[in-house]
Design a protein around this ligand. Sequence first.
Ligand code: PHE
Length: 481
Amino acid sequence: MEQERGSWGTNFGFLMAAVGSAVGLGNIWGFPYKMGNNGGFAFLIVYLLLVVFVGAVVMLGELAIGRKTGLGAVGAYGQFSKKHRWVGGIGVAAAFFLLTFYNVLGGLVMRYMMGFLLQLMGVDGFNGQEMSFWNYILHDYGSMVFFHIVFVVSNIIIVMGGIEAGIEKFTTVAMPALFFMLLFVIIYVATQPGAIEGYKFMLTPNLEPLSSVEGFFSVVKTAAGQMFFSLSLGMGAMITYGSYLNKGEDLQKNSWIIPACDTLVAVMAACAVLPGCAAFGLDYASGPSLLFNTMQNVFLSMGTFGNLFGFLFYFLVFIAAVTSSISLFEVIVTWKLDQARERGKKGNRTVIICVAAAVSFAIGLPVALDAIGGWFTQKPGIVPAPYQLLGMEFGAEGVPMFIDAWLDFFDVLSEGILMPLGALIMTVLIGWVYKTNFVREECEISGHKYRLPKVYEACFKFITPIGVTIVLIGQIMDFFL
Ligand code: PHE
């Protein structure tokens, strides 16, 4: 049974896959500007505390659930109680909705990467649009769909290979490569005049955002939301990856290493992006356009050398994105494979990944074709955004953010609601229903000591559920009010 299901070849391979899932677009565009906007250093401290007391705890919970049951999210909860399968279902749904826009963004990253590659070869890679390429590409529907397909197909190829020969093999090479490329970009950016302002923006202790109750709540909420997304928690990805982990590995240590690496890369990304913006006089807080428009302009203004850096940078972002999206696909694939096995069938990984890819592609099409609602270009796309479907005017007052564009809509569904909800239910189940003893047993099974049992007990029962509730309320208020 164990044999047939497959497993990670080595603990390092597992770690690279899990860190690959965690390190993604969230680290590269979310973390830097959220840190800058929420008090810099103060944000970092709050973020670190949350990673330790909430993130690492939920991480251990998910890994333990996965490894104990040897099943993906739905099957795993089902093994504790048939009545709990729907909790895993929340995870599968979250993964699915996340994929709809993650694939589109991944495709865009590939378009920029290719643009710089062509420039390097002396060919015009940006259709003569250079500095205004962002405005152009969002309405170049053919390219949007084409690169969306290319990104989805890249996922199929990797996931088709299975756990060890597909995902592990790819991430074991890709993640160290990403690390070194990021280092390279950081060093280059550091040598640019004006970069120092970015470090100041990032690191000057500014405790003001924390000085009022409201300000404190707002920083905690932003940091916690970012932390959940960035650590891939609350939607079964870590349950799924954990289910392929050998019983001999030290679970608790792994549950510390993954958040530590993810946080390191987030801070490193901030060290590249923020000083880069400062050196080129660009706005820190521009979300998706920061990653595409802003960074592209940074590289274009560097001249020939910039083409090489642009290519490297987008290649790095592509790796970060694809190692995250394969973990989302794997949540769905493992769910279906487990289901087949439960019925005594073998289940065909290739068929499952192709169907999952096709469906997520189809649902993601409006995301690729509504030009992000027209908000960046002042011109809606060829597929109506949700607000248009509801008969609202473009740019009208009071249009809630979650219907601005299909991207926001799916983001609210997954990141805003399903992920924190999944995490909340999970910690309550572990703390109060399944009881933390099973986590302890699962950790000790490998012969390693279960460290800090009292701290974990308090976290699972009180600290973590309270932290997650704050995120959930904060997200709902942010999106809907
Ligand atoms: N952690 C990924 C990022 O930072 C996103 C993600 C969330 C991936 C949940 C898988 C599961 O971009």
